[in-house]
Design a protein around this ligand. Structure first.
Ligand code: C2E
Ligand code: MG
Ligand code: MG
Ligand code: MG
Length: 283
């Protein structure tokens, strides 16, 4: 009786955990090859002026086109890449791809907008980040102000001294710095004072109910006011409805990003959008 129960437990254990374990391992080995097999794609999502809807920038978002699983979400593979160190070559690939795209737009005479690139903790603390960014901008002849790096608060909380030093070097180069997912991490107002950032991104979790939930509205409004008092620009993430845009406009939020204005799209589609902006004011 006890033996049967034990056997059953072992069976249940392996049924439940072995496939997941294998899954992780195969995903990891697949990820090892994703770069060389050219399975990574970079998408761009529009950032717009809240008042006019004019295109003012883009955020680069990584996609993995797995041969059998289809598109894998960055929420699944970025943490894995971070854990096994693959985030370093993958992050380089993202920066290179963005630089090449910016150079291409410049050559085509398109009205270029800044592109924001997400940088994860391990990448940020990697010795070569600053030099990688510098050489990449030089190699492609990119104005440093066209590159924005998105960082999170948690990434700076580990070692604020080192973080400040790296941020200063990037800032001195002319690169823009944004604080992503603001309000969700180890928020410290001291970060805002000490870190030489240009932009604060209000996390989309506060936007979802902003027109219905008084607390979310209070947080968003206070964040915008505080950011402006500190001389920072504000981008609201996850804007999906006109009522949210209106709320942001009333609160003097500068920029917005979300499905209401445009989903993340392939580089060619975004280039077409840029070319359209060149024709004159948008209707
Ligand atoms: P994030 O940097 O906060 O990016 C914003 C996420 O919100 C993106 O998810 C975007 O597709 C999604 N989003 C944009 N507008 C809306 C909207 O209106 N509604 C909703 N529900 N979602 C919206 P995505 O592309 O799945 O990326 C998830 C996260 O993965 C990113 O969050 C970022 O932390 C990370 N990530 C993506 N690309 C890279 C990369 O190249 N490098 C690194 N290190 N991390 C990346
Ligand atoms: Mg981001
Ligand atoms: Mg975000
Ligand atoms: Mg405004």
């Amino acid at each position: 009786e006890a033996k049967r129960a034990g056997g059953g437990m072992i069976k249940r254990y392996s049924e439940r955990s072995e496939p997941r374990h294998l899954d992780r391992l195969t995903l990891e080995s697949d990820l090892q090859h994703a770069l060389e097999r050219e399975e990574l794609r970079l998408f761009l999502q529009p950032q717009v002026d809240v008042d006019t809807g004019r295109l003012t920038g883009a955020e680069a978002l990584l996609r993995w086109e797995h041969p059998t699983r289809g598109l894998v979400s960055p929420m699944h593979f970025i943490p894995l890449a971070e854990e096994v160190g693959l985030i370093i070559p993958m992050g380089r690939w993202v920066l290179q791809t963005v630089a090449r795209q910016l150079a291409h737009w410049q050559q085509q005479g398109l009205p270029v907008v800044p592109v924001a690139v997400n940088i994860s903790a391990r990448q940020f603390l990697h010795q070569e980040l600053v030099e990688d960014v510098r050489s990449m901008l030089e190699e492609h002849g990119i104005l440093p102000g066209l590159l924005e790096l998105e960082l999170t608060e948690s990434l700076m909380a580990h070692n604020p001294e080192v973080a400040v030093q790296i941020l200063r070097e990037l800032k001195a180069m002319g690169v823009r710095l944004a604080l992503d997912d603001f309000g969700t991490g180890y928020s410290s107002l001291a970060h805002l004072k000490r870190f030489p950032i240009d932009t604060l991104k209000v996390d989309q979790s506060f936007m979802r109910q902003v027109t219905r939930d008084e607390d979310d509205a209070a947080i968003v409004t206070a964040t915008i006011r505080m950011a402006h008092s500190l001389g920072l620009n504000v981008v609201a993430e996850g804007v999906e409805q006109e009522s949210q845009r209106q709320y942001l406009a009333q609160q003097q939020c500068d920029y917005a990003q979300g499905y209401y204005f445009g989903k993340p799209m392939p580089l060619e589609a975004f280039s077409a959008l840029l070319a359209g902006q060149g024709d004159g004011p948008n209707p």
